[in-house]
Design a protein around this ligand. Structure first.
Ligand SMILES: [Fe+2]
Length: 127
């Protein structure tokens, strides 16, 4: 695992991710973005990436507790961002993208207004 600059016990410091993917906590299930996309894509051909937060366990969606936004990256290259309104819109998005190459996995960051920043990744091969 890459080095993380965060305080282990402070979820508002740095980026949170699943500590044990095979045994997620309730907090992790509510906040880990679920990424659905092909494992392999053709260079410069558009494809869809579906993202959903709360797919494993529903996350509250109220004005006082909600997912504010999510961002999608290819490795560390920014691809897109979507913002949500607590109580009205749901943290679910489809991005249509094309990649000429990849230096790493598809990476998603999501921001909960109470529980900070969360990440998940999915490997993708570009040929
Ligand atoms: Fe939360």
């Amino acid at each position: 695992m890459e080095k993380r600059w965060k305080c282990e016990e402070d979820i508002l410091c740095g980026v949170n991710e699943a500590k044990d993917a095979g045994n997620l906590t309730d907090l992790e299930k509510k906040h880990i973005p679920v990424i659905q996309c092909p494992e392999e894509v053709k260079k410069n051909e558009p494809f869809n990436i579906n993202i959903e937060v709360g797919r494993l366990t529903p996350h509250p969606n109220e004005a006082s507790h909600f997912i504010e936004w999510l961002e999608i990256y290819s490795g560390d290259t920014f691809l897109g961002r979507m913002s949500f309104s607590g109580g009205a819109s749901y943290p679910k998005a489809t991005f249509k993208v094309k990649l000429s190459h990849a230096h790493g996995p598809i990476k998603v960051w999501e921001k909960c207004n109470l529980h900070g920043l969360w990440e998940s990744t999915k490997m993708i091969k570009v040929e």
